[in-house]
Design a protein around this ligand. Structure first.
Ligand code: SAM
Ligand code: SF4
Ligand code: F3S
Length: 442
């Protein structure tokens, strides 16, 4: 008998990919997605632990779900993702509404757990990436989106002192090359025209095939060959793994988008060292310069942490100085959030008001860059991959080369194609325009 599942996803693109793959799996045992979150047989919260009171947010969310189901049958309540991995049994002890805790490397067990569920509380948090990917290799990735995610690598061995990822996703694991290509083929067949390769450290991808190391650069070259595929992206990359072969792809590949999300975290070498980042600002600038030399059009975005323990006014100025050297067109910036279990968790925090003030200054600069860059595109004709029609609107959604959302007047037949859009207006996050008449779509 068919049952309804509601999946709510928090966090990064990897969680989004995982939620889709969980669904690909459980629909084989009769669970079908519902948009009505108050009427599901199974409710899955796919959680993120990267910042702030992640754990408390999950309990709060469960409190809300409890209310929704007060007068109905309780759904099977599953907590998945990084909070599940980090908190595991403790969550079951604290909140009796939770039935199942399942960490990111145990999703291959979800069907059997659901099929045998009889009200008993279960926790699955082993790091078993090999079995997980083997299992999912045999299940079709059913994404029919124009732009799809494809996880190629999981986990992290770098242990930056502020970060929970090595503890929630486990050690670095790279999927077999051929399996990734097979999944990409299925996505392309299903209508994907853009694929974003995913990994917590996506450019650390390394797979040994008959004593030959295959890297993300090899994946890019292989994907390049598929005619229907128009665009290739990857995220999130680490500066230390920005190897020459990957940099070279920006001159050889016609499909790799000229937009690099390369988290720097801080502009101060002292802070980078305290963070255990293993790269220096000069390394970062060198990568920037090499890429710009290959293609001046390449744009950058980044992640910044402000108020890391030990950050002085001079260190913060170094971060601002970096913004004078690199025009980041779009970036994420947050105040340092101590994460339980990480090396930085016990360090003395700097004054909260100082951190807030620094964040405001940094964000003003970053947002101004973003607004300025978007404004510079007004009046120009740009290439946009049209992804979908907007709900209840006579408008379409797509993205330019630099991942900026574009809302435009167009036609259904534009979907899945790279179209020329005349930009008429913009704000901080979005460009607005019209399909240029008589322009042939690619
Ligand atoms: N692997 C990527 C790298 O090392 O460049 C980053 C991936 S991490 C999932 C995404 C971002 O979250 C980081 O770049 C960092 O800026 C932010 N982040 C991680 N831990 C944080 C913390 N404790 N406080 C604030 N931001 C944090
Ligand atoms: Fe976290 Fe990235 Fe550092 Fe790994 S490299 S610990 S994912 S910030
Ligand atoms: Fe969050 Fe886990 Fe992704 S902590 S950012 S969901 S890897």
């Amino acid at each position: 008998m068919s049952k309804k599942v509601f999946i709510k996803t928090f966090g990064c693109q990897m969680n989004e990919y995982d939620s889709n793959r969980i669904y690909d799996s459980i629909k084989n045992i009769g669970y079908f997605k519902t948009k009505d979150q108050s009427n599901a047989d199974c409710y899955i919260l796919n959680t993120c632990h990267i910042r702030d009171k992640a754990k408390e947010k999950v309990y709060h969310e469960i409190g809300r779900i409890k209310k929704l189901y007060e007068k109905k049958n309780k759904p099977i309540m599953i907590v998945a993702g990084c909070v599940a991995q980090a908190e595991n049994q403790e969550m079951l002890n604290r909140e009796s509404y939770i039935d199942l805790i399942i960490g990111p490397q145990s999703y291959h067990k979800i069907n059997s757990l659901l099929e045998t569920f009889e009200g008993n509380k279960i926790e699955e948090t082993e790091f078993d990436s090999v079995s997980k990917f083997r299992y999912f290799d045999n299940i079709q990735n059913d994404s029919s989106k124009v732009s799809s995610f494809l996880t190629i690598q999981e986990g992290c061995d770098k242990f930056c002192h502020f970060c929970v990822v090595p503890y929630t996703r486990g050690p670095e694991y790279s999927r077999p090359f051929k399996k990734i290509i097979k999944e990409a083929e299925a996505l392309i067949k299903n209508g994907s025209r853009e694929i974003t390769l995913l990994g917590q450290n996506v450019n650390a991808y390394s797979y040994n095939d008959c004593n030959k190391e295959l890297r993300i650069s090899n994946l890019i070259s292989e994907l390049e060959k598929y005619n229907e595929l128009k665009r290739i992206r990857y995220t999130t990359s680490h500066p230390i793994d920005m190897t020459e072969d990957l940099i070279e792809c920006y001159s050889t590949s016609k499909k790799l988008m000229p937009f690099v999300h390369l988290p720097v975290q801080s502009g101060s070498d002292k802070i980078l060292k305290l963070m255990n980042r293993k790269h220096k600002i000069q390394d970062y600038l060198d990568i920037h310069d090499k890429l710009k030399k290959i293609n001046i059009e390449i744009k950058f975005s980044s992640d910044f942490i402000v108020g890391y323990p030990g950050e002085t006014e001079a260190d913060f100025k170094d971060t601002l100085n970096l913004l004078e050297k690199i025009d980041f067109i779009n970036s994420y910036s947050f105040i340092f959030s101590p994460r339980p279990g990480t090396r930085a968790a016990s360090l003395e925090l700097i004054d909260k008001e100082i951190s807030k003030h620094r964040l405001e200054i940094l964000q003003e600069k970053l947002f101004n860059n973003q607004i300025k860059f978007n404004k510079s595109m007004e009046g120009s004709l740009i290439e946009v991959l049209a992804e979908n029609k907007l709900n209840q609107q006579d408008k379409f959604f797509g993205r330019n080369k630099f991942l900026t959302p574009v809302i435009f007047d167009g036609y259904n037949e534009n979907i899945g194609k790279v179209v020329k859009i005349r930009i008429e207006n913009s704000n901080q996050n979005t460009l607005f325009g019209k399909v240029e008449k008589n322009m042939k779509a690619a």
